[in-house]
Design a protein. Structure first.
Length: 205
């Protein structure tokens, strides 16, 4: 906590200086930084407070790119603290912004995050809609890392829905990519899930 407290102190000193200089863009960056630090030490309320302050500045400046970044930061804070409705509101707004900017990879990331929210809510069919939108973008842009993670996520949703054949198809596709890329951590996670599916009663009846 000692180093984190020092980090907070330096950020706050920097914020005071940028504010006094009228440097709004730099002040907003510092506010986002404070939001990240407070999130990392488990203080979501303070974290969201700073992200929201930064968001207001970015909107006043018309800085759409950093507005979307702040909204995504807020979405993750709300997701990690199980405030799912607030998470969806932040992600939905961020999605509108990145689509305006035509940032396809940013769009795919947000779609994945929305998929995670719906999965945590137990709405797996809804979750699949967003993961499948994301996988189309990852495939079109050639983002194998994003494709690998999203295929895994889709496989999990089908597993939760007891659609084991579909789950295995997606998980095996994810596994193939992670074996080529050498992502051993993702390989291990995927192999574990495949093994869990084969242990399901419906696969052994």
């Amino acid at each position: 906590m000692g180093d984190r407290q020092k980090e907070l102190n330096y950020y706050k000193e920097a914020q005071i200086i940028y504010k006094s200089l009228g440097d709004k863009s730099s002040e907003a960056q510092i506010l986002n930084g404070l939001g990240i630090v407070y999130s990392s030490i488990g203080e979501p309320e303070k974290s969201s407070e700073y992200f929201n302050q930064g968001l207001l500045i970015y909107r006043a400046l018309g800085d759409k790119e950093n507005e979307s970044t702040a909204l995504m930061g807020l979405g993750r804070i709300y997701l990690n603290s199980s405030q799912y409705q607030k998470a969806l509101e932040s992600y939905d707004t961020a999605l509108v912004v990145v689509r305006e900017l035509k940032q396809k990879e940013g769009e795919a990331i947000i779609l994945n995050e929305i998929g995670v929210v719906y999965s945590n809510l137990g709405e797996h069919n809804k979750s699949l809609e967003f993961f499948k939108e994301a996988i189309q973008i990852h495939s079109a842009t050639g983002n194998k890392s994003g494709e690998e993670v999203t295929l895994y996520a889709i496989g999990l949703q089908y597993s939760y829905l007891s659609e084991t054949d579909k789950a295995l198809d997606y998980l095996n596709n994810s596994l193939e990519i992670s074996q080529i890329s050498g992502n051993r951590l993702q390989q291990a996670s995927t192999l574990r899930e495949i093994g869990a599916i084969y242990m399901k009663p419906e696969r052994n009846s």
